[in-house]
Design a protein around this ligand. Structure first.
Ligand code: ISE
Length: 337
């Protein structure tokens, strides 16, 4: 059995760099063995101060390196498929940032490759499941503490979007988290997605319609809605209100220190997802490492990645036609049941 994970981190951008620091300073049982980035200078900068780590420009070279026994994929989603297939062939633990891949067809190929391997090797980076409040709400639902869950109302607001953030990415990059959260909360598959485009902000870049209202239904009829608003300016907010038969539960309110001073009252708005979900990312990666050392996975599976990719595909179609679009899923393979 592996004693320590020697991780190759593929992609040293915003999320990759964050995971490298996390692995290097806070996570037990794992070390950064290699950092890969097409921009070699960026990879070199990312390994500074990490003893024994090497910088490379090619993912395959990292996977073939004898010092590497696990991989964390943090490249943009459209590059995941190729790296995933190569990592599955190596039969090593894989943490793949969301989305698994950008569409259901390519995600299904990953599910098939893992099935062929015969065991689960991929954990998908849906870190909201590791947030303390998400977990608490999940438990209230599972234990039926407030009767049946009836509706979920999500607010997903980002201050601004990076260059190249397309209209589809509001669904594929952002609402993908709510698709996973709704599946996690209800334990059910999502059956349909509708997107309504209303009045748009003047602060959105050309080509992006922002905000959007996404309406979702699950197998038992739970209705969920998401306000996705990615140029909201004021700061970062990811919040949910759940309506039950016997009560209402809200999570995600900014409840930092409340200050009264100089004739003013208030607090600080969370600036971004690193701050909002820092602890959840730590818990997610620690869970992956602990499970990988037992040859298991410690979080959402490739099936979860595939099912959310199918939701995204329906969501992108719904953005275009305004209709309620059915989510089509293949039968769930035995490996994930
Ligand atoms: C980003 O990629 C994330 O994963 C954030 O959690 C999400 O809030 C944001 O909308 C995405 O672009």
């Amino acid at each position: 059995m592996t004693k320590i994970l020697r991780v190759a981190v593929i992609g040293a951008g915003r999320m990759g760099a964050d995971h490298i620091q996390r692995l290097n300073t806070r996570i037990h049982g794992a070390e950064v063995a290699a950092v890969v980035d097409v921009d070699l200078t960026r990879a070199q900068a990312a390994i500074e101060g990490i003893p024994g780590a090497i910088a490379l420009a090619d993912a395959e070279e990292a996977l073939n390196n004898g010092d590497v026994n696990a991989v964390l994929i943090a490249t943009p989603g459209f590059l995941h498929e190729d790296i995933l297939l190569k990592a599955i062939a190596k039969d090593i633990p894989i943490l793949c940032e969301k989305p698994l891949t950008p569409d259901a067809g390519s995600s299904w190929k990953i599910v098939e490759a893992e099935q062929k391997l015969g065991r689960k090797r991929i954990q998908v980076g849906f870190m909201r499941r590791f947030d303390a409040e998400y977990a608490a709400l999940g438990k209230i639902i599972r234990d039926s503490e407030l009767g049946e869950l009836l509706m979920l109302h999500h607010q997903h607001r980002n201050p601004t979007t990076p260059a190249g953030f397309t209209n589809e990415m509001l669904i594929n990059d952002s609402v993908v988290h709510e698709f996973d959260a709704i599946r996690y909360f209800t334990g059910e598959e999502i059956t349909s997605v509708q997107v309504r485009l209303g009045k748009a902000t003047r602060n959105a870049p050309a080509g992006q319609h922002d905000p959007q209202h996404v309406l979702i239904e699950t197998a038992s009829g739970v209705l969920a809605d998401v306000e996705i608003y990615v140029n909201a300016k004021f700061g970062y907010e990811v919040a949910t209100q759940a309506s039950f038969e016997d009560g209402i539960v809200s999570i995600g309110a900014d409840t930092g220190p409340y200050t009264r001073s100089n004739g003013r009252w208030g607090g600080e708005v969370t600036p971004g997802f690193e701050e909002r979900f820092g602890a959840a990312y730590d818990a997610e990666i620690q869970s992956w490492v602990d499970a990988a050392l037992r040859d298991e996975i410690g979080g959402p599976t490739a099936w979860d990645g595939y099912a959310t990719a199918a939701c995204c595909e329906a969501g992108v179609e719904a953005q275009k036609n305004g209709e309620k679009v059915a989510v089509k899923l293949n039968a769930k393979p035995a490996l994930y049941r």
